[in-house]
Design a protein around this ligand. Sequence first.
Ligand SMILES: C[S@@+](CC[C@H](N)C(=O)[O-])C[C@H]1O[C@@H](n2cnc3c(N)ncnc32)[C@H](O)[C@@H]1O
Length: 241
Amino acid sequence: MGGQTRANRKPNTSKAAISSKEQLMAADEARDVATCGRSLMRLEDTRFASAGAHDPTPTPYFVLEALFAHFDLTPDSHVLDVGCGMGRALAYFAEAGLPGRMTGVELDPALAEFAAAWTKDKKNLQVICGDVLNVPLAPYSHFYLFNPFATAVLLKFLAMVEAEATRPITLVHMSDNGETYFYTGRTGWSLIDEGEFQKYPPSGSASKAAMPKAPAAQPLVRGSFKVYDHPQHYSVWRFEP
Ligand SMILES: C[S@@+](CC[C@H](N)C(=O)[O-])C[C@H]1O[C@@H](n2cnc3c(N)ncnc32)[C@H](O)[C@@H]1O
C-alpha cells in the first residue's frame, strides 16, 4: 500500500525547551495557531453530559503523532474523528499533510460551528454537527476516538460500525477508564496494539512515533513530567466486515 511514512510526515518544529505540562500545552497552542489561525485549547465542561458526552478535551499533539502512526493512510482513506471538539485531530491531519480525507463529527453545536469555521477552506477536512449515532458510517476507513462518550453510546456506535462497514476498518480508541473490554469478544475485531500515555516525553512503543526523527526538529525537553494524572490507555483495532 502507498500509505504515509514517518519520513514524509512533517515533524514538530518547535525548538523551545519544554519542561512542564504548561509549556507543552503552550507549544500545542502555537501549533494550532500555525495550522488553523486560532487556539483549539479551550478547556470546559460538556453541556451534553445527559447524552453521555465527555468533556471536549483536545488530544495533545505528541499523542496524535503516536496514534495516527497506526493508521496506514492512502489517498482513498477517510478518517472520522468521533467527537471532534474544536478540531485538534483535524488540525494534526492538516499539519502533517496526511493522505486522504478527514471528517469530524461533533454533538455540541457551538464546538462544531467553531471547528467548521476554521476547516472551511481546507479541501480535505469536513465537520458534521450532530450525533455520530445518526451519521452513516460506510464511507469511513478509519475511526479516531479520544474518550468521546459513555459506554452505552460506545456500544451503539460499535454495533453501527459492524452493521455498516463495507471495507476493513482501522480504529484507534484512547480513554481514561479502559476501553479494551468493550471490543473483546465481538465478532470481526482484532487487537493490533495497545499501550498508554501519561508522561512527556512518552516511553515504550509510543515514543517511537511521537518523537520526530530529525534531531534538529526535536523540541528540547528537560526531564520528563506528567501530562495526565492517570494513565490514558489506547488500543488499535482492525475490523473485518
Ligand atoms: C474528549 S473530546 C475529543 C476531542 C477531539 N477528538 C480531540 O481528540 O482533540 C470528546 C468530544 O466528543 C463529543 N461527543 C460526545 N458524544 C458525541 C456523540 N454522540 N456524537 C458526536 N460527538 C460526541 C463531545 O462533545 C466532545 O467534544
